[in-house]
Design a binder for this molecule. Structure first.
Ligand SMILES: *Cc1c(COP(=O)(O)O)cnc(C)c1O
Length: 433
């Protein structure tokens, strides 16, 4: 049952993070994290519905002057409750698998018609499911995929609306694992080859060339690469119109970054800059704009609450061992990502310690921070890993046979368990002996 808590003090401009100290204890909006940990255990993902909605509205307002649909990237955080929260604000969804399609169907069925389907490796069953769900747009990433899409559309007796995901060959300054817009990457179709492929699609009545799409990567902090990519896309659309294609959608992808550091960050300013850059690149182009933000909407709305198990010294180094590990949050191990780590009890003094914050998993890559200076913590203390809302829970695994964490959504004065902690039974359920 959702539980009522004291309403948080009204704020006109929510801070970029919903986590703040009240009476020296860390809260998420109105909810006291110490009590949440006592009731639900740790590790525990905690999200603020208010912050998620706020970020979504920032996007909606920034693009209010032109027809657009914000297709939230499901892979950033695919919790059904969060998908439903966004669907109720009229979000569409960017999916990359048949599994994500099922999540959208379950969260809010009418949103299926606002789904765009991206991904370099779509399988027949996934294409068929999306065709039969009458999604908005297939973002096609190769010529071979386009041929398969035409064949499946005919088999399903559906006309497939598609956009080619073009590779604009622009450099986006981000981690190499999440940069996608250079010709050396596996993503998209060389923008120079696109026009001929659209032309070939005219040969079949089962394909509807409805748009052009681009996505250059993730956690991109400067807006210039987005603008450069969209300028190339806009000029391609002009050519496609000359060729007689009825292009209705321009999909600008996702990838707008957030600030994972301790410094102040103004999300409203960031999204305004982004919108201005995209709008400028689009010029007179009137196609319906599709946006696919993931991280920007959800990263800072969520955090991972974990308990300190042990503090130990090896030679000169101190290790803080938490009950969360790389299977619960893989970003530091995978991308060397930075997460701020703060104690649940507001520190009173100025003393600090420098330590590696690590998980229990049997890998040296299982760390959350190295040589991090933070207020002294001792076993049984709770700490919070900030900005873990995106690519946190959605990248969890059962590695080391560890059950996945539970998830809590704070919605105004309601605290809701949106995913229970996995049990030993869950862990062993799919296996046959
Ligand atoms: C991952 C992805 C997104 C979302 O990226 P963010 O950095 O989370 O905004 C959007 N579109 C496509 C095609 C993606 O692969």
């Amino acid at each position: 049952m959702p539980k009522k808590i004291a309403a948080p003090p009204p704020e006109t401009q929510p801070s970029p993070r919903p986590f703040a100290y009240r009476n020296r204890l860390l809260h998420c909006d109105g909810a006291d994290l110490t009590s949440l940990a006592a009731e639900h255990g740790t590790p525990l993902y905690v999200y603020s519905a208010q912050q998620i909605s706020h970020r979504f509205q920032l996007f909606a307002e920034a693009f209010a002057s032109r027809p657009h649909t914000i297709c939230y990237a499901v892979k950033a955080n695919s919790s059904l409750a969060i998908l439903r929260l966004l669907a109720k604000q009229r979000a569409g969804f960017d999916i990359v698998s048949g599994g994500e399609l099922e999540r959208v169907r379950k969260a809010h069925k009418p949103a299926l018609k606002k789904v765009v389907f991206s991904g370099v490796g779509k399988q027949i069953w996934e294409i068929d499911a999306a065709l039969n769900a009458d999604i908005l747009l297939f973002n096609v990433e190769s010529e071979a995929e386009l041929h398969l899409l035409a064949a499946r559309a005919e088999a399903c007796n559906k006309v497939a609306p598609f956009a080619l995901r073009v590779n604009p060959d622009v450099f986006a300054e981000t981690h190499p694992y999440i940069s996608t817009g250079l010709s050396e990457h596996k993503f998209g179709i060389d923008i120079k080859a696109a026009r001929a492929i659209y032309r070939s699609a005219k040969k079949t009545k089962w394909l509807d060339p409805a748009g052009v799409s681009v996505h250059i990567g993730s956690q991109i902090r400067k807006v210039d690469p987005f603008a450069a990519a969209l300028t190339r896309v806009t000029s391609l659309i002009a050519d496609l119109r000359k060729d007689g294609h009825n292009i209705r959608y321009v999909d600008a992808g996702g990838g707008l970054g957030v600030d994972y550091g301790a410094t102040a960050f103004d999300p409203a300013k960031q999204v305004a800059k982004y919108a201005a850059a995209l709008t400028k690149s689009l010029g007179e182009e009137s196609a319906h704009l599709l946006l696919e933000p993931g991280r920007f909407i959800i990263a800072q709305a969520g955090a991972l609450l974990t308990r300190v198990l042990y503090v130990k010294k090896n030679g000169t180094k101190t290790f803080i061992i938490t009950d969360a590990g790389m299977n619960d949050l893989i970003r530091p191990a995978l991308y060397h990502a930075h997460h701020e780590i703060i104690p649940i009890k507001q520190p009173t003094g100025k003393s600090t310690l420098t330590a590696d914050i690590v998980g229990p998993v049997c890998e040296s890559g299982d760390f959350f921070a190295r040589d991090r200076t933070l207020p002294p913590v001792k076993p049984n203390d709770l700490v919070l890993l900030l900005d873990a809302g995106a690519y946190g829970m959605s990248q969890t695994s059962n590695y080391n046979s560890r059950p996945r964490p539970a998830e809590i959504l704070i919605d105004g004065d309601i605290t809701k368990l949106i995913r229970r902690r996995e049990t030993m039974r869950d862990l062993l359920a799919p296996e046959l002996l």
